[in-house]
Design a protein around this ligand. Structure first.
Ligand code: ADP
Length: 191
């Protein structure tokens, strides 16, 4: 299997690039943000709890997202591989993911980290908020909180994969297709 962690702060372009990568490499896309938003739309109790946190820009508990990923891995045993988008977001999630994959005799192939400046991130997210209607994109305070959560809890996850020599950093500013080409080259180098 080809198992990729697509990493980067909110607004780095993970969703856009994931769509292109799943097509090219026939991978299953696992976005914890999308999975949580589906729970909210379905009105489940998990969704109701998660919405309170997401609307404030803070992370939902590790156990919640780890449980969602566990069930998706079990439901897609025949997949060619996975793109993890927005997960793992804490060291505890990264450790849990290694454990889940090991139980399927699998592992992460590589982490691709998109680098984008905070100014550019805020600009993109406010623009997206105006178009997508996502409540957590519409408010600059919430955006700043998400970037803060990223810096304090999520950024260290890159070090976790760097220690395993699985990290490649990619400039996330520029043409979408140019960034995609660089991601594809990095994947070819790690598979
Ligand atoms: P973005 O990366 O653009 O902020 P996401 O759709 O990935 O958007 O996530 C939206 C929100 O969902 C996050 O701010 C957080 O509250 C919650 N969330 C998503 N994935 C995780 C995760 N792996 N761990 C904890 N919270 C998560």
């Amino acid at each position: 299997m080809l198992n990729i962690v697509l990493f980067g702060p909110p607004g780095a372009g993970k969703g856009t690039q994931s769509q292109k990568l799943i097509e090219r490499f026939q991978l299953v896309h696992l976005s914890t943000g999308d999975l949580l938003r589906s729970e909210i739309t379905a009105g489940t109790s998990l969704g109701l709890e998660a919405k309170k946190l997401m609307d404030q820009g803070v992370l939902v508990p590790d156990a919640v997202v780890i449980g969602m990923i566990d069930s998706k891995l079990n439901a897609n045993k025949d997949a060619a591989g996975f793109i993890f988008d927005g997960f793992p977001r804490t060291i505890a999630q990264a450790e849990a993911l290694d454990g889940l994959l090991a139980s399927h005799s699998e592992k992460i192939s590589c982490m691709l980290s998109l680098k984008v400046s905070e100014e550019e991130l805020t600009r993109r997210l406010l623009l997206r908020g105006a178009e997508s209607g996502r409540p957590d994109d519409a408010n600059e305070m919430v955006i700043r909180k998400r970037i803060q959560e990223y810096e304090s809890k999520t950024a260290p996850v890159a070090g976790y994969y760097d220690q395993q020599q699985k990290l490649t950093e990619i400039d996330g500013i520029g043409e979408i297709d140019h960034i995609f080409t660089k991601l594809c080259q990095a994947i070819e180098a790690c598979r």
